[in-house]
Design a protein around this ligand. Sequence first.
Ligand code: ZN
Length: 207
Amino acid sequence: MKVLYKSLAIFGLAALVLAPEAKAAEPLEGKTIYIDAGHGGSDSGAVGNGLFEKNINLAVSNDVMDKLKNEGATAVASRTDDTFLSLEERVAKASMNGSDLFVSIHANSGVSAASGTETYFNSDYEAENSERLAADIQNELVPALDTADRGVKEAEFYVITYSQMPSVLAELGFITNSSDAEKLNSGQYQEKAADAIVGGIETYYAK
Ligand SMILES: [Zn+2]
């Protein structure tokens, strides 16, 4: 009996020691995540409060890429600098790399009073998974950025309509709204947005 208890105790200890290591295993290992920084080069995207949307999208995308790699994912970017790609090229690059998910990063524009965060999906391919991914990312972005919650919506944006893997397009905030623009231009909030996007992807895979 004594020996049994002793070996049980050792087994229990081993489980305690091994468990945290097992949990720390890279959560996105084996996944190829495609990050699309909207616009670029000659296409500035939305303009407001002295900011170009293309630069904000790229800054957040580059942060997301680093964080995804830290989580063990294979991260593929449509662009990592200020270059122009057509929408067709963005979709083709995701497919060519065998991407499991497609996340497009944008900032919105409208009247100066319009503000907040919204995430889009499209039902043509992977409708259910796309909507779930959109909700997982939206649920992380809103508290992280402390912006108005404009919700998850369906739309026919080219990149999410033609990408055949689960795909979403996040509008982080309104570049034309002074409060949103201040956050979009802040390195600290860009990091928060990136953490939220990666967190949303992890939540998506945890279910
Ligand atoms: Zn855009």
